[in-house]
Write a protein that binds this ligand. Structure first.
Ligand code: 13P
Length: 281
């Protein structure tokens, strides 16, 4: 069932665990994630970046693909189809019109007042249609979709101002995590995370989940993180399995065998991640 993320994240906030947001890149990614999460009977968020949407053909193609998989594979867990880092109102509207059940509007590159203005316009459009909205305060740095940017940490005051003026459903405060692999240990501001969680009634989101040590993931969840985004980790897991398969099977040319050679490793990694997050239904 395709749903927005409100109920799954409010339950996670109450129950002190996190719901996984896995970015998808193609049909196989979506299929493996749905199958593994269904096997574990847990809710899942499928995140689609603008680059991945373009790669897969567009929002309608993705909605059709995900709905088709849910039906053909008899998936009965709650599944949220979510735009990751929508850079403008138009992207979010196009995705919502195509059938996405959730969007992230990321206007964090603008100053706060502009971020609020754009986010509010998306919230108005989304909420009329039952779609949930995530926004970002501060700026999460690192590399995603081949775009690299530097980080600025969020403040409680800015988070409160954005929430009060927009009534978003979940907030991603930038507090030291980055997209892609970390150089050295990630330095997360847990104190601010905890205070933001206490002052805001909505669930918090941790971006840049790849490479954060297990104890820091657990600490983040205990400080109120209810949704954790993972992209690079599964990409690297799949790519490593594929490299090994190709080097051991140099004459294989069937794309189903080549692409599918990453399935086992990806599913095992998904199982480890959701166990760490404590995800339940
Ligand atoms: P990673 O690629 O570091 O896992 O981050 C994913 C993410 O935050 C997507 O929004």
């Amino acid at each position: 069932m395709l749903v927005n993320f409100n109920e799954m994240l409010m339950q996670a906030k109450k129950g002190h665990y996190a719901v996984p947001h896995f970015n998808i890149n193609n049909l196989e990614w979506a299929k493996y994630i749905l199958e593994e999460c269904s096997e574990k009977n847990i809710p899942v968020i499928l995140g689609v970046s603008e680059g991945a949407a373009k790669y897969m053909g567009g929002f309608h193609a993705i909605v059709g693909m995900v709905k088709g998989l849910i039906e053909d594979l008899n998936i009965e867990i709650p599944v949220c189809l979510h735009v990751d880092h929508g850079s403008c109102k138009e992207t979010c509207i196009n995705a919502i019109d195509a059938g996405f059940t959730s969007v992230m509007i990321d206007a964090s590159r603008h100053e706060l007042s502009k971020n609020i203005e754009i986010t509010k316009e998306v919230v108005d459009y989304a909420h009329e249609r039952g779609v949930s909205v995530e926004a970002e305060v501060g700026h999460i740095g690192g590399t995603e979709d081949n775009i690299t940017s530097s980080a600025t940490n969020a403040t409680l005051k800015d988070c409160q101002t954005l929430y009060e003026n927009t009534k978003i459903d979940a907030l991603a405060p930038a507090l030291g995590s980055v997209h892609g692999f970390y150089q050295g240990e990630p330095n997360l501001d847990f104190d601010t995370m905890q205070i933001i969680n206490e002052k805001l009634p909505i669930p918090l989101v941790l971006h840049g989940g790849t490479g954060i040590p297990d104890d820091k993931i657990k600490k983040a969840i205990s400080c109120g993180i209810s949704k954790i985004n993972i992209n690079t980790d599964l990409q690297a897991t799949w790519a490593n399995a594929l490299r090994k398969f190709l080097s051991e099977n140099p004459t294989v040319y069937d794309p189903r065998k080549i692409i599918g050679s990453g399935e086992k490793a990806m599913k095992e990694r998904i199982a480890e991640i959701v166990t760490l997050f404590g995800t339940r239904r």
